[in-house]
Design a protein around this ligand. Structure first.
Ligand SMILES: *[C@@H]1O[C@H](CO)[C@@H](O)[C@H](O)[C@H]1NC(C)=O
Ligand SMILES: *[C@@H]1O[C@H](CO)[C@@H](O)[C@H](O)[C@H]1NC(C)=O
Ligand SMILES: *[C@@H]1O[C@H](CO)[C@@H](O)[C@H](O)[C@H]1NC(C)=O
Ligand SMILES: *[C@@H]1O[C@H](CO)[C@@H](O)[C@H](O)[C@H]1NC(C)=O
Ligand SMILES: *[C@@H]1O[C@H](CO)[C@@H](O)[C@H](O)[C@H]1NC(C)=O
Ligand SMILES: *[C@@H]1O[C@H](CO)[C@@H](O)[C@H](O)[C@H]1NC(C)=O
Ligand SMILES: *[C@@H]1O[C@H](CO)[C@@H](O)[C@H](O)[C@H]1NC(C)=O
Ligand SMILES: *[C@@H]1O[C@H](CO)[C@@H](O)[C@H](O)[C@H]1NC(C)=O
Ligand SMILES: *[C@@H]1O[C@H](CO)[C@@H](O)[C@H](O)[C@H]1NC(C)=O
Ligand SMILES: *[C@@H]1O[C@H](CO)[C@@H](O)[C@H](O)[C@H]1NC(C)=O
Length: 653
């Protein structure tokens, strides 16, 4: 008894001082150019680690994020099990990007470029002591994290890019109920088959310990390899369970040896069943989960994370996040009851070219966490813009007064676009005369009525819903069209009822020359864009001359909660908005950005763990963009281009 009493006080300080500060991480890599030239190539290796924020050297706050201070242990990412002579050990101190005071976590990221000979392979690993103490399994143990690099050419002649996966460092789950958690895997090599497996200590492709003390760290969990789905039940409240996975890419479904293996280590946190109202908060608008947002280098990016709460007294007290280097987050704002905002601002730098994921989860004061919400910023690309018809005549058709049998509508975009890879991106036709009720809507993700022809997108009604004499306007969700680069940068949402307006000719009211019918009295005009009164209807496609058009801004008719939220926010996103949306309304309609297609698919897969790891794709994106240009001017390259394009597009399925 005395012995125990003496021993315990002695042991505890050791654990507190030396142990328990690792909270997981990710390592992955990609070539800057997937087309081999010569006997070596430049590769970017990227690492992200999370730490206990209170641990010495792991402190992070808004200031240190802005100054890109380094956090974490001064260790090295080392090489083993292969041709290690060309690897220069990389520091494991990372630029701090995210922190949470209440969760006592800080995260950071580092990437660097190295030249490796082709046709070699090796394992990069990081190991030290010790994992967080509060783990159900492996608390205070050694951490091991390992990534296999292989520069051998793929059977298709390209240099491989590792898969990527993203996750929040900590994911809250209620105890004693079964959860299904899907980890989004993606790979720039779109034809690859991706599988994930539990990391293990030996006999694996890394030829090294991949998980240290947290191998199989979620007792009783099962894993579906093909779609990286974890099915598990947490049983201990206020404790963490460590998850250590390897995500591996195979050249084809029948291949048995992966081309690379990347680690993903994060934590589940168990909380007891809340008493009372237990609806978790949700992140709503103004970008949908998995959106791909084009962000030119050097532009001032501002994005809103908007959270809705549902229970009385429920307050958002925290965000768990995973951000690109240099992104700043505002304090948590509460602009209206049950709505919380987090404002992101960021100026992407040239070395961040390519996809940069951001993920967030909101935590309320009962420890309920929202679902993970992730968007990918595609740095160096612009999103397509739907051109405002009142700014550029004829960019949308028809406008003004049209016949009741009008069935073909079209609009133009600032760049060539294609069908979005995501379902749930709608174009809505509203009857302004009937309180803005929706008379038709098309999901651009699949609706056959919507066709994409490069710069022009066409909507064909099979039967027309128009009522004579009524006014109509068109709104669009974000992402109704996508650029053709990597993850398919999405168009911004259009919520402004004055953006695209037309009305149906009423033969009873107007005979030879037409005058507009009076706008519905039920509409509440809140803004009066000046330019909308000067539509030159001679340029409409209908041939109906129109003397005046009254723009109707019917904010009172917006009924959906998300739409209402969106209208309250004047969002200035990426710098390069096109000419089309300017100052005319209080609703910031457009944030032009580009996403590339390949990105989008991978993004579409992951509900939960999407954002952290997209960088490997960067090089490929760059390559794809250059290839595209080159092909344009060099017919002899067309074949190669087609092949490459197929690879990329497979990502989208
Ligand atoms: C890689 O390692 C293997 C086995 O040690 C060796 O045979 C090969 O020459 C090495 N390749 C390079 C490029 O160093
Ligand atoms: C990248 O690696 C080189 C050596 O290979 C090193 O000198 C440089 O500081 C590293 N940069 C970063 C940001 O880690
Ligand atoms: C790559 O290495 C393998 C096995 O070491 C060898 O058979 C092959 O010829 C090498 N390829 C190149 C392009 O050097
Ligand atoms: C580790 O995982 C690999 C790949 O699934 C497997 O081949 C190997 O047998 C595992 N090692 C152990 C010790 O189970
Ligand atoms: C994952 O795959 C399994 C087996 O094929 C399937 O039953 C399950 O629905 C899939 N889960 C998801 C989220 O796609
Ligand atoms: C970026 O935009 C935000 C909001 O519009 C503004 O507060 C901030 O000062 C801008 N930053 C720079 C560097 O222009
Ligand atoms: C959350 O905070 C609100 C406002 O401070 C308070 O009324 C409510 O009781 C809190 N709920 C919990 C579970 O602590
Ligand atoms: C629509 O109706 C107008 C007038 O009734 C007619 O001139 C025109 O041909 C019709 N168009 C179609 C496509 O039916
Ligand atoms: C989108 O919805 C259509 C129709 O419901 C369905 O056939 C298609 O598989 C969906 N696509 C995706 C990516 O979910
Ligand atoms: C429009 O809304 C007003 C007030 O909500 C209602 O009185 C009116 O009947 C509505 N009109 C139509 C056509 O739905």
């Amino acid at each position: 008894m005395m012995k125990v009493l003496l021993f315990v006080p002695f042991l505890l300080p050791i654990l507190i001082i030396h142990g328990s500060h690792f909270r997981g991480g990710i390592i992955f890599w990609r070539p800057w150019n997937a087309t081999p030239s010569g006997s070596s190539a430049a590769f970017q290796v990227r690492e992200r680690f999370s730490w206990r924020r209170g641990y010495p050297g792991c402190y992070c706050d808004d200031t240190t994020i802005a100054t890109k201070d380094l956090i974490g242990e001064s260790d090295l990412l080392s090489c083993t099990a292969g041709n290690c002579s060309t690897w220069t050990p990389m520091s494991t101190r990372t630029s701090c990007t995210d922190y949470s005071v209440s969760l006592d976590v800080s995260s950071g990221e580092r990437f660097n470029t190295s030249i490796f000979p082709l046709n070699i392979s090796f394992t990069l690993y990081y190991s030290n002591y010790a994992w967080l103490n509060e783990l159900v399994l492996g608390g205070g143990s050694y951490w091991f994290i390992a990534c296999r690099v292989n520069t051998a050419l793929r059977p298709d002649g390209y240099i491989n890019t590792s898969p990527v996966a993203v996750t929040l460092p900590i994911i809250y789950k209620e105890i004693n109920i079964q959860h299904v958690h899907v980890i989004q895997m993606s790979d720039f090599d779109g034809t690859d088959t991706l599988r994930c497996r539990w990391s293990n200590a030996s006999g694996n492709i890394n030829q090294y310990d991949e998980c240290g003390g947290i191998c199989m760290g979620v007792p009783g969990a099962s894993l579906i390899s093909s779609n990286c789905t974890i099915v598990f039940t947490l049983t201990v409240a206020y404790k963490y369970a460590g998850v250590a996975l390897q995500i591996e890419d195979y050249y084809s479904a029948s291949s048995t040896t992966p081309m690379s293996s990347v680690p993903l280590q994060f934590l589940f946190y168990g909380y007891p069943t809340p008493t009372g109202c237990s609806i978790p908060p949700t992140i709503i608008g103004n970008r949908p989960n998995r959106a791909c947002i084009g962000t030119p280098i050097g532009s001032n990016v501002t994005e809103y994370v908007i959270v809705q709460t549902y229970c009385p007294g429920q307050t958002i007290v925290n965000f768990v996040s995973s951000s690109p280097i240099g992104m700043r987050k505002s304090a948590i704002l509460n602009p209206s009851p049950n709505i919380y905002h987090l404002i992101l601002s960021w100026i992407p730098t040239a070395d961040q070219y390519g996809p940069q994921p951001f993920c967030a989860g909101a935590v309320d004061n009962s420890s309920l966490q929202s679902n993970q919400w992730c968007v990918t910023f595609l740095v160096g690309f612009e999103s397509p813009d739907v051109i405002r018809p009142t700014a550029v005549q004829g960019s949308a058709s028809p406008i003004g007064t049209v016949f009741q049998n009008q069935s073909v509508f079209s609009f133009q975009t600032t760049k060539s676009v294609g069908r979005p890879r995501r379902n749930g991106t709608y174009i809505y036709f509203h009857d302004a005369t009937a309180n803005g009720s929706i008379v038709a809507q098309f999901d651009c993700g699949w609706a056959p009525e919507v066709t994409f022809t490069g710069f022009t997108t066409v909507i064909r009604f099979t039967s027309t819903p128009w009522t004579v004499g009524h006014f109509y306007y068109v709104t669009m969700d974000g992402g109704v069209v996508s650029g053709t680069e990597f993850c398919g940068p999405e168009s911004a949402p259009i919520t402004d009822p004055t953006y695209w307006v037309f009305n149906i000719w009423d033969p009873a009211v107007s005979s030879t020359t037409t005058t507009t019918t009076t706008p519905m009295t039920t509409a509440t005009v809140t803004t009066k864009p000046t330019s909308t009164t000067s539509i030159n209807t001679l340029l409409t496609t209908t041939g109906i001359a129109l003397t005046t058009t009254v723009a109707m801004t019917t904010t009172s008719t917006v009924t959906s909660s998300t739409a209402a939220v969106a209208t309250t926010i004047a969002v200035t996103t990426v710098g390069t908005t096109s000419q089309s949306q300017t100052t005319e309304s209080t609703v910031a309609v457009m944030y032009p950005k580009d996403f590339e297609q390949a990105c989008e698919q991978s993004i579409a897969l992951a509900n939960v763990v999407l954002f952290l790891v997209m960088t490997p794709v960067q090089a490929v994106v760059m390559y794809a963009a250059f290839l595209k240009l080159e092909n344009k001017f060099n017919p002899s390259r067309t074949q190669a281009k087609t092949r490459h394009k197929q690879r990329i597009q497979r990502i989208l399925y």
